[in-house]
Design a protein around this ligand. Structure first.
Ligand code: SF4
Ligand code: ZN
Ligand code: ZN
Length: 304
């Protein structure tokens, strides 16, 4: 089987387009698609400092590699940040991988922990939750958003880049729909940001399976150990459901992604809320107290 782009043998078939590619042409297609997403949504401007949030998973390390290569030929700078949730036995492996990878690329790297920022590790926060139904990932995700904002401000970044891929967006959309949280859908368009610090997802138009293949063919050493809390929420089931749909109907994820962008814009227009400032921490929010302060205050009330 010959590559559609050169004379080499193809190692990857893009089922939704029928394209057959060798590993070099495949990698180039991922780099080009990422660059196109960045320029289409004007994600990075001249002279900006981009904080790349690197967890140690395949998506964020692949993003760091691609965006680092782009930064050398474009007019922007990057630094890497990692959030340490304080999950015993899980984050340590990732931290080592990220540290080594950043060193190889020559990218400055800084670690910020929940313990330093909130005086609680994730496990301590989980022990304090009132309602067992509040999933570990929803607490962790809320704290992580704030930790990343803090880290980006601390290093003086103008924009935060995360490795979220197309599948992540689809899963989040379905979770929001199933939990009745339709307001959040209005914030899903990549051109929408509540925060004054821009958040960008340069992989938002790329399938997770393609990032995995990119990481694999480029020998990116990503963390294999999953987080112990990973299967507690509904996300894994939705991920598997969407994968089984895609298997039978290739391209269905791309269709759903386009629909989400349209729906997100409609929700945003009909549900527009003025930005306010959180009374506790001064962050941008849409009420009196932001969701992070609300959560941390409630957890601390339970601390004896
Ligand atoms: Fe946090 Fe959930 Fe991710 Fe684990 S899987 S690091 S608990 S968001
Ligand atoms: Zn080729
Ligand atoms: Zn706040």
């Amino acid at each position: 089987m010959k590559c559609d782009g050169c004379e080499n043998s193809a190692v990857y078939t893009r089922k939704y387009s029928g394209q057959k590619l060798c590993s070099d042409c495949f990698s180039n297609s991922i780099v080009r698609k990422t660059a196109k997403t960045i320029s289409k949504h004007k994600m990075i401007k001249n002279n900006e400092l981009v904080a790349v949030a690197v967890s140690g998973g395949k998506d964020s390390l692949a993003l760091l590699k691609i965006i680092h290569e782009m930064s050398s030929s474009h007019n922007f700078r990057i630094k890497a940040i990692t959030i340490d949730e304080g999950i015993p036995g899980y984050r340590n492996e990732a931290l080592e991988i990220v540290e080594k990878f950043c060193e190889e690329l020559g990218v400055e790297h800084k670690v910020y922990s929940y313990k330093d920022l909130f005086e609680l590790t994730l496990d301590e926060a989980l022990d304090l939750r009132e309602n067992e139904k509040t999933s570990s990932c929803s607490i962790c995700g809320t704290l992580r958003r704030r930790a990343i904002d803090h880290a980006a401000k601390d290093i003086g970044a103008d924009v935060i880049a995360t490795g979220h891929n197309l599948d992540d967006t689809l899963q989040t959309f379905v979770i929001n729909m199933l939990s009745g949280d339709t307001n959040k859908i209005g914030w899903m368009d990549p051109d929408t940001s509540l925060n004054s610090l821009r958040k960008i997802k340069p992989f938002c138009e790329i399938y997770e399976s393609e990032i995995v293949f990119y990481a694999f063919t480029n020998d990116i050493p990503f963390q294999s150990e999953p987080c112990p809390h990973m299967n507690e929420g509904i996300r894994t089931e939705i991920r598997e459901f969407l994968n089984s749909l895609e298997k039978q109907h290739s391209g269905i994820k791309n269709n759903l992604y386009k629909s989400i962008l349209r729906v997100s814009n409609i929700v945003k227009e009909t549900n527009y809320k003025e930005k306010t400032i959180c009374k506790k921490c001064g962050s941008d929010c849409t009420g009196n107290v932001c969701s992070v302060c609300n959560m941390v205050l409630k957890l601390k009330e339970n601390q004896t």
